[in-house]
Each structure stands twice: as structure tokens, then as C-alpha cells.
Design a protein around this ligand. Structure first.
Ligand SMILES: C=C(N)C(=O)O
Length: 126
């Protein structure tokens, strides 16, 4: 088991790692729209979704993975009315390669974020 850490994504805001590699699989923690400096992006669901993907790309790269090797995502939305707007941005990052996904509405997210996404990805062979 290997802990993944990068300064290119926000630091954990609780007792967890940004991600963990087990064998050749990478499990990310949920990413919210914090900048690497720890500031919450002040914007709508689309602005927050872009920041979440920036963070996911950073932790995936640190793990030796990428969006292309993601096999499963989970999307947590504060408001399911944001589903279509989130999908618009989500589809810009997963165009041809579309991992399996679950999307759910939750009562509340850390830092009162509008969205959180976690991923499971295959780590590329070195
Ligand atoms: C933001 C998180 N992933 C957390 O608090 O667990």
C-alpha cells in the first residue's frame, strides 16, 4: 500500500490521504473545489466541477494514473438540480473514455461544497 501526496492538489482537510495505491489500483479521496492553497472556488456548479477535475488530475498524475485510466467515479451533488450542468463539464474531461459512475445527492458536503468526486483508477505500468 502506498500513500499518494501532491502539493498540486488541496491538502487533506481531515485525517485522510489524498489517495492510496493498492497493487495497481489508485483510490482517490473525494475532491471538492478547493484550490491547492486551500481556498474554496466561489462559483456555480460548473466552476466548482472544473476545480474538482483539476484536483483529480493532480492526484491521478501523482499516482501514475490519469483520467484515461479511471475505471469508476462517484459524484456527490449537494443539489440534484445541478445534474445537467455538472454533466456538461464532466463530459469535457471524459469525452471518449467514460468510466463507470454513480451520482447521488447528499444532504451536505465538507466546506459546504456543491460537488465532490472520487475516482478509482488503474496505475500505469512503469
Ligand atoms: C473532502 C474530503 N474528501 C473529506 O473530508 O473526506
Amino acid at each position: 500500500m502506498k500513500v499518494v501526496h501532491t502539493n498540486q492538489a488541496p491538502q487533506a482537510i481531515g485525517p485522510y490521504s489524498q489517495g492510496i495505491i493498492v497493487n495497481n489500483m489508485f483510490y482517490s479521496s473525494g475532491q471538492i473545489a478547493l484550490t491547492p492553497e486551500g481556498e474554496m472556488v466561489q462559483g456555480d456548479i460548473q466552476a466548482q466541477t472544473h476545480q474538482v477535475f483539476k484536483n483529480l488530475q493532480a492526484v491521478l498524475e501523482a499516482a501514475g494514473a490519469s483520467l484515461e485510466t479511471v475505471v469508476k467515479t462517484t459524484v456527490f451533488l449537494k443539489d440534484m438540480n445541478d445534474f445537467a450542468a455538472m454533466n456538461e463539464v464532466y463530459g469535457q474531461y471524459f469525452r471518449d473514455h467514460k468510466p463507470a459512475r454513480s451520482a447521488v445527492e447528499v444532504a451536505r458536503l465538507p466546506k459546504d461544497a456543491l460537488i465532490e468526486i472520487e475516482v478509482v483508477a488503474l496505475v500505469k505500468q512503469s
